[in-house]
Design a binder for this molecule. Structure first.
Ligand SMILES: NC(=O)c1ccc[n+]([C@@H]2O[C@H](COP(=O)([O-])OP(=O)(O)OC[C@H]3O[C@@H](n4cnc5c(N)ncnc54)[C@H](OP(=O)(O)O)[C@@H]3O)[C@@H](O)[C@H]2O)c1
Length: 280
């Protein structure tokens, strides 16, 4: 037999401090929920809006009511496309916690439509948040992440990309060319950061979802024929669900994933492979 150290705490996040950008709804909220359920001590969620049905406050309130958790959630309003706001966020976390164990760069923007009328502002918005903002977020949090990491338990950076970052998912009327380009850049950024930050006891990986119903994705899901039609193209026969995000995030951020560095993991039920399920 082999000695496998700490097997009982694989998939546990006991004592960890995590920050999830765009944690007020959708994939970011699924991630924050999973972290608290896995034992995280503190989960900081950020977004631009604090009030309202989809703001940070309601998310924090719901997170803190999760049954059986020992940690808690806090919310901080920040636009993570804006470098000064990221600097403020990092100095706030330095003051309150002195370190960060897990950083999930999840907040993202998209824009869809035909190629030639694409307004220039939409490309700028996408690149500012999905690429430049993620680069600056990790750059400015690197010292705090370094403080949290060790050789056998590195700090973790997860960049939420998309399966659209490794293929050409939508052109024409519902084209998402600049989004797809930004997500390809996000995957390559994760690989570069894995090499840059690995020696500082920080791993970086990308998670690439397929379709998960959310505010960001619902418009495109409807334009492409709706959930049932899209589900039929997925070898696993359905769209993504919160548990699918929880599973991959816990794996990558817990002791189970501590030697994984610089990978891009698609979470799409196999849809990216381009053929639907067998039809008799
Ligand atoms: N859902 C999918 O099918 C899918 C598929 C592939 C990849 N993804 C990726 O997954 C990530 C999350 O998407 P989602 O579907 O969960 O979207 P969502 O439900 O619309 O949530 C987006 C989150 O990001 C926040 N946000 C947006 N712009 C921000 C900014 N400039 N600064 C700070 N926070 C900002 C939003 O809050 P505020 O509006 O209040 O700022 C919200 O919390 C994105 O990177 C997206 O590209 C999603």
């Amino acid at each position: 037999m082999s000695e496998i150290r700490g097997f009982k705490s694989f998939f546990c996040l006991d004592g960890k401090v995590a920050l999830v950008t765009g944690g007020s709804r959708g994939i970011g909220l699924h991630t924050a929920t999973a972290f608290l359920l896995a034992g995280a001590k503190k989960v900081i969620i950020t977004a631009r809006k604090s009030g309202g049905e989809q703001g940070i406050d309601q998310a924090v309130e719901r997170l803190n009511k999760l049954p059986g958790i020992s940690g808690h959630a806090v919310g901080i309003q920040a636009n993570v496309a804006n470098t000064e706001e990221i600097e403020k966020l990092a100095s706030g976390v330095k003051k309150s916690d002195g370190k960060l164990d897990i950083l999930v760069a999840n907040a993202g923007a998209t824009w869809g439509g035909p190629f030639e009328p694409t307004p220039d502002w939409s490309s700028q918005k996408i690149l500012d948040l999905n690429v430049r903002g993620v680069f600056n977020l990790v750059r400015l949090f690197a010292p705090l992440l370094e403080t949290g990491g060790t050789i056998h338990d590195p700090s973790r950076v997860i960049i939420v990309s998309s399966v659209g970052g490794s293929g050409v998912p939508h052109v024409g009327e519902n084209g998402t060319i600049m989004y797809s380009v930004s997500k390809a850049a996000a995957i390559h950024l994760a690989k570069n950061l894995a090499v840059e930050l690995g020696p500082r006891n920080i791993t970086t990986n990308a998670v690439s979802p397929g379709f998960f119903p959310s505010k960001l994705a619902n418009g495109l899901i409807e334009n492409l024929g709706g959930k049932d039609k899209l589900s039929a193209d997925v070898p696993r026969g359905r769209l993504g669900e919160p548990e699918d995000i929880a599973g991959i995030m816990i794996y990558l951020c817990s002791p189970a994933g501590n030697y994984v560095n610089g990978v891009d993991i698609p979470v799409d039920g196999g849809r990216r492979l381009g053929i639907g399920p067998p039809r008799l």
